[in-house]
Design a protein around this ligand. Sequence first.
Ligand code: MG
Length: 160
Amino acid sequence: MRIGFGYDSHRLVAGRKLVLGGKTIPHERGLLGHSDADVLIHAVCDAILGAAGEGDIGRQFPDTDPAYQNISSLTLLESVGALVAAKGYRVFNVDSTIILERPKLAAYLGEMAENIAGILRIPAALVSVKAKTNEGMGLVGAGDGAAAFAVVAVGRRTDS
Ligand code: MG
């Protein structure tokens, strides 16, 4: 078994959709980035890639490549899942935390976990998505950004 860790952060700005875990969430601002800036999916991708010894999403999907402009990060996750599967690994489980001051995310966490599990083709019970505020501290605490952390365990596939 191998463990991977991922971290990501993005600024919150006007005129962008807020997409977290593949779910579009009603809010007056959204995350700024080259793709849909889904900070949770980016952290999960980095954790999977880290566990598999494949670097990070910046290396796999350069933000200088127009192919990835405004792309759904679920598409990136699908590619990451395929890449580690091709190396003979499967994802055992995912644990993650989003740090966002508002809006409250509790009502959306289950759907985010289902989105991630669906892409990775594992049961939703193996994907944990949690949310916290930053207690008003710093840029995230001021409501000007979001961050996410993820830990993933991968292991050798027994079916290959
Ligand atoms: Mg990112």
